[in-house]
Design a protein around this ligand. Structure first.
Ligand code: SAM
Length: 235
């Protein structure tokens, strides 16, 4: 299957194993991943955030309940919330989730915004787990005809070492442990190159007690994200 599908499948496998109740997808774009996740009954709150309101508005109604959802109400509650906003801003409505996903998002951020993203996600949202994916620059020489980055809007593409250096710093600063993996076939002779898309799976590390979380110094009523869509499924 195409790489984007493999990334979604990776998230879905994680959801099946870990059964998070509250999931937020950062950079949810056309809501493809959210549409797949809404069938997972353990999830009670499914949120999406993107800076691009148009792409959310064009796709959000596909998350609406269909007539059978009313005729045969589910036996579990499900709320879906879609927000327009930037991952560089803190909004209390994304705190306390079990899982944050950020699939092919960080490479679209300027470096100073990667730092903000890191603080917002791991210091402020402080989810139990986070799945972060980004292209692996080490793999680029294997992509035929590629010169430069994989997409014109990429601000950088990290090598395996660069991604792992960032991720390990996240762990030290915010009290997480990380496992490195990815999707995209590894040609047999090129195993040291790694995956086409590299993925870090972060889990909060409670072994040494809770790490200090960043305090929100603005009033909790400050809600920088704009709620574009909100639906409660019949149950
Ligand atoms: N996660 C989706 C996927 O895997 O198919 C979409 C990935 S797309 C390459 C990157 C998305 O991140 C776009 O929808 C873009 O609008 C969004 N984005 C870029 N900068 C953002 C920011 N600062 N805050 C929130 N979303 C952002």
């Amino acid at each position: 299957p195409p790489l984007c599908i493999q990334r979604y499948e990776f998230v879905i496998d994680f959801v099946k194993k870990n059964k998070p109740q509250k999931v937020v997808d950062l950079g949810c774009n056309d809501c493809t991943l959210l549409r797949k996740l809404k069938f997972h009954k353990e999830i009670e709150l499914l949120a999406g955030l993107d800076i691009d309101s148009a792409v959310i508005r064009d796709n959000m109604y596909e998350l609406a309940p269909i007539p059978t959802d009313y005729l045969q109400p589910g036996d579990h509650p499900l709320t879906i919330e879609l927000y327009q906003g930037s991952v560089t801003e803190r909004d209390p409505r994304t705190k306390g989730f079990d899982l944050v996903t950020s699939i092919e998002l960080i490479e679209h951020l300027q470096f100073e915004d990667v730092d903000r993203f890191t603080e917002v996600v791991f210091g402020y949202m402080a989810p139990v787990a986070a799945i972060i994916s980004t292209p692996n620059a080490d793999f680029n020489p294997l992509l035929p005809g590629l010169t430069g980055f994989r997409h014109y809007d990429h601000k950088f593409e990290w090598t395996k070492v660069e991604f792992q250096t960032w991720a390990l710093k996240v762990c030290r600063e915010f009290g997480y442990v990380v496992a490195f993996t990815g999707v995209g076939q590894i040609p047999a002779q090129e195993e040291s190159i790694g995956f086409c898309s590299q993925i870090g799976v972060f889990q909060i590390d409670r072994s040494g007690g809770d790490a200090p979380r960043l305090q929100n110094n603005v009033a909790e009523e400050h809600l920088p994200y704009r709620l574009l869509y909100n639906v409660v499924y019949p149950s």
